[in-house]
Design a protein around this ligand. Sequence first.
Ligand code: ADP
Ligand code: MG
Length: 229
Amino acid sequence: MTDSSQAGPAITLAGVNLSLGQGAARVHILKDISLHIGTGEAIGLIGPSGSGKSTLLMVMAGLEQADSGTVTVAGENLTGLDEDALARFRGRNIGIVFQSFHLIPTMTALENVAVPMELTGAPDAQERAREELVAVGLGARLNHYPAQLSGGEQQRVAVARALAPNPAILVADEPTGNLDEDTGKQIVDLLFEGQARRNTTLVLVTHDAGLARRCGRTVRLRSGRIDGE
Ligand code: ADP
Ligand code: MG
């Protein structure tokens, strides 16, 4: 295994600003954010509702472009990349888990995991999808549709989908927010297991102080600024 301290930061943000919305509804959300996150590090991103946690996650994941500042993730400078280049960057490097699962309802569990990998040209997508679903405990649910699965099972599919391509960076936005406490803990266990197994960098947004403490490091946002660690 490589020594993560030699690999340099997985995520570097320097002086990042971002506004979203049009005209009078435009909101300056991220304000002069600078942050280094090391390879293999797990950080908990906390802060009040509306403080910019989800927006910051989107910038790290290449789903939003900063208005100013620089964003370097997994060795790629995202500044100025067009939509196609960003999509390729995400496919190669980023696994994402959302609060509300975001599975495709017309696809089985296996298809939800395999099809995104097939779209990036992975030759063994079906086999890797199957292995990852078995690893999250869903070996007996491969051909179920999301509506036939519980919330916890749906989030397991989402975790398998995020981890199957072996992303450098795993981001999770309140992944336990729609689950009961026990089920949420199982999902977080899977995220940490997946992270540790691969030396993946994990950024976990959470309201839950106990959950944040499970990360090696906690970063707090307030009104779009970093408000301490
Ligand atoms: P958090 O995840 O910490 O709750 P968000 O990043 O979702 O915060 O949002 C931060 C602020 O930015 C909120 O005030 C929210 O209303 C605003 N916001 C988020 N997305 C948009 C958007 N697309 N257009 C305008 N304002 C937005
Ligand atoms: Mg949010």
